[in-house]
Write a protein that binds this ligand. Structure first.
Ligand code: GMT
Length: 378
């Protein structure tokens, strides 16, 4: 057993890849006997607090009279400073620069000295959205330069980050990982619940933000020739209502099943035959990785970090952005040849286990922590 660390992790509790990753990392580190302190304004849905080595610190957000909008950065900074000082944290790992790394830097200034070390992981929008906004760009750059180490979840995001900011730190790529949980219901139960018989099932899981391009998702389904044997199941992390009229106009309502507020995604991942993702921007796409761990291929656009996750024609199909016609052809091919879908899915699982398991990725974060601590002691 190596050195036991006291680690603060700051993440968003919302439905989204970064919160899932931060929660999984907290649980994996605790299992490796490190003490974990998780900070957020709500408990993330996948963070299991049964492990006594994980403590959750809820950040109180007050909306005082002179504030037009609730302010989160300062209460977060104060909470981190209090816990870091009383528990003598070695590391603060901020998932997202804004406002998590910013609050971490303020917290360290409040305490004084150079401990804890601050590690910032960029998940995407810090660079691709906020980094393009002059009201945020320099704050993000400052937080990244004040961090003791910066990581990105893909090489693609690393390149975008270097182009966007003037960064003094070396940026290390640490890919996302996923640890599948066991389904709690059978495939038959799920197929019955959704009334999908033995049709080919495409699965899409996302928060439906504009970047996910749900319009292209539905248009791709509409372009498929094999619709009589095809269903698209959407695990919707936010209301789907605004897309219903497009689904109606495209005549695909009978091919569509929307499931809201579902956290037990494993039940649907095991039932699906393939994943379908039509985002215009994606630094990694954790949903594709989850799909791979359940032995299913994915069909997606070849954008951002997705080619680092999916091997085109081996573990899924990648198409040029907006080429929904070729995307639909790939789907039809899999509907016609389920053996091919199963074979590609098998390779997807193998690829995921070999490259994106917790046992491979968590030590890379630990190594980043230890290097930051060692450098600080030189
Ligand atoms: O876009 C989302 O779905 C949410 C967002 C988040 O921060 O939770 O996802 C980002 O982080 C994920 C975990 O690293 C990545 O898998 C996603 O690709 C990334 N989203 C974008 O880059 C748009």
């Amino acid at each position: 057993m190596g050195r036991k660390l006291k680690i603060g992790i700051i993440g968003y509790p919302l439905i989204g890849g970064s919160g899932i990753l931060a929660s999984s990392l907290a649980m994996e580190l605790a299992q490796r006997d490190h003490d974990i302190h998780f900070f957020s304004y709500e408990k993330p849905f996948r963070l299991n607090l049964d492990d006594s080595r994980i403590r959750f610190h809820k950040v109180p957000v007050a909306n005082y009279r002179p504030f037009e909008y609730a302010e989160y950065t300062l209460p977060l900074a104060v909470k981190i400073a209090e816990v870091a000082a009383s528990e003598k944290l070695d590391i603060i790992h901020a998932h997202y620069a804004v406002p998590h790394a910013t609050a971490s830097c303020i917290a360290r200034e409040m305490i004084g000295g150079s401990q804890p070390k601050i590690i910032t992981t960029l998940h995407g929008t810090d660079t691709t959205l906020l980094g393009q906004n002059r009201n945020y760009k320099f704050a993000i750059q400052h937080a990244l330069n004040q961090s003791d180490a910066v990581t990105t979840v893909s090489e693609s995001l690393r390149q975008d980050t270097i182009k966007t900011f003037d960064i003094e730190n070396r940026i290390r790529v640490v890919h996302n990982f996923f640890t599948p949980s066991r389904p709690t219901r059978t495939q038959e139960e799920i197929r019955k619940q959704l009334d999908i018989g033995d049709d080919f099932v495409l699965l899409h899981m996302s928060n439906l933000r504009p970047v996910k391009r749900v319009d292209l998702l539905l248009k791709t389904l509409a372009s498929c020739q094999r619709k009589e044997r095809l269903k698209l199941v959407v695990l919707a992390g936010s209301p789907f209502d605004e897309f219903q009229s497009l689904a109606k106009d495209l005549g695909i309502q009978s091919n569509l099943r929307v499931v809201d507020n579902e956290y037990l995604v494993e039940n649907y991942l095991q039932t699906a035959d393939a994943g379908l993702y039509t985002s215009e921007r994606e630094s990694f796409c954790l949903s594709i990785l989850e799909t791979m761990f359940f032995g299913k291929p994915s069909i997606a656009f070849s954008i951002g970090g997705i080619p680092e996750v999916v091997r085109n024609t081996e573990t899924g199909f990648l198409h040029s952005f907006e080429d929904i016609e070729s995307m639909a052809k790939s789907i039809d091919q899999l509907v016609d040849d389920r053996e091919l879908a199963a074979k590609m899915g098998g390779r997807a699982k193998e690829h995921a286990c070999e490259n994106f398991s917790a046992d491979l990725i968590v030590p890379q974060y630990l190594d980043t922590y230890l290097s930051a601590l060692d450098e600080g002691n030189q």
